[in-house]
Design a protein. Structure first.
Length: 363
């Protein structure tokens, strides 16, 4: 009899612990989902990025635009879905906290200028906005939106030369709308963009534009590279093409903007995520990470309510994994002074999106 009582007591205790545990999980989920953020998009002085016409700065309130399957209605959830949702809510929480950090204000805030609006592509049919951050797999997301907009019936049918031809791909930019239409879309649409370790992205941009140049964009080698070399190469007798050291010195120069103005929109491949997408001014629904794209891509499609209409193209194995060895190799020949200046410029990107300061800066 005593043994039976003990058995029942242990069962009751275990049940109590289970109820408490589930209550804590549910509380965390609900808190992260419905917490009203502070108004971090307070008015600021515009940061002049390029010689473009400014539009009125847009401040957007926090939205609760989540598909029904993400709402805590009491039904049974997929464990993986809950984990994914919590990861993305924590990313947005980190973003909001860093946006409030006054010490990083100059590195985290920018005006919602025409330069930013030119980066945001629109899918009116499904109420989606996608901010382009080059060198993080944006070509594939543009293909997804091209299909959703109806220009092609499947991703496989889209010719590669059409994807980046903005007169033929059926992807309007947010800048093409009136101010009132812009504000309406920023308020109501599902908005997302993708980030990647900032230094690895710069390496990718350097290789793609100045080494391989697969799309034959001659201006990078014949106009931009010589401009950087003339200004930043220390050894004037060196006749090689643009070296990564030259590129880093240019990017880390506090006075880099005089060259940026000459280079025009070509700078989008290496400017900060802050300058491209204004994440502290525009309330994004999801921020995907290139390093976890295998999980993030399906999540984004589901969160946007389009997972039944289109799939993200197959990701080759290993392509999204952070390559620490490659990053360290590229920076091994760069002076600590130049690396620190580069980090100082991209510190906002590191902090806003949870990327660690590189180990070679700490040694």
């Amino acid at each position: 009899m005593h043994a039976d009582n003990m058995h029942h007591q242990w069962l009751l205790l275990a049940a109590c612990f289970w109820v408490i545990f589930m209550f804590m999980v549910a509380s965390k989920f609900i808190t992260l989902t419905f917490k009203d953020p502070d108004g971090y998009g307070a008015k600021q002085e515009p940061l002049i990025l390029t010689a473009v016409t400014k539009v009125e700065e847009v401040h957007v309130p926090e939205e609760k635009h989540w598909p029904e399957e993400f709402q805590p209605t009491g039904k049974t959830f997929s464990g993986n879905l809950i984990r994914q949702h919590l990861v993305h809510m924590e990313r947005l929480e980190l973003l909001r906290n860093v946006c409030r950090d006054t010490a990083l204000r100059d590195l985290s805030h920018t005006a919602v200028s025409k330069f930013v609006l030119d980066r945001i592509f629109v899918c009116d049919k499904h109420k989606i906005l996608f901010c382009q951050t080059p060198k993080v797999g944006n070509t594939q997301w543009k293909k997804v939106l091209i299909v959703l907009n109806g220009a092609f019936s499947s991703i496989e049918e889209i010719p590669e030369n059409i994807v980046h031809d903005h007169e033929k791909n059926g992807l309007p930019r947010l800048s093409s709308f009136s101010d009132s239409e812009i504000k309406k879309r920023l308020n109501l649409y599902f908005k997302f963009f993708i980030v990647r370790d900032p230094f690895e992205r710069l390496i990718s941009a350097f290789k793609d534009k100045f080494v391989h140049n697969p799309r034959f964009e001659p201006w990078y080698r014949h106009e931009i590279a010589p401009g950087i070399i003339r200004k930043y190469r220390k050894n004037r007798t060196e006749t090689k093409g643009l070296q990564f050291e030259d590129f880093v010195r240019y990017l880390g120069d506090p006075n880099h903007r005089w060259l940026d103005l000459q280079f025009g929109d070509h700078i989008i491949h290496w400017v900060t995520y802050v300058e491209l997408c204004a994440p502290c001014e525009i309330t994004y629904s999801v921020i995907g990470h290139h390093e976890t794209l295998e999980d993030d891509a399906p999540y984004i499609l589901k969160a946007a309510g389009i997972d039944h209409l289109v799939s993200y193209p197959t990701i080759p194995p290993g392509i999204t994994v952070y390559n620490r060895t490659k990053v360290e190799r590229y920076f091994s020949g760069i002076s600590k002074r130049d690396i620190r200046r580069l980090y100082a410029r991209f510190e906002g990107d590191f902090k806003l999106f949870g990327y660690r300061e590189p180990d070679f800066l700490l040694n």
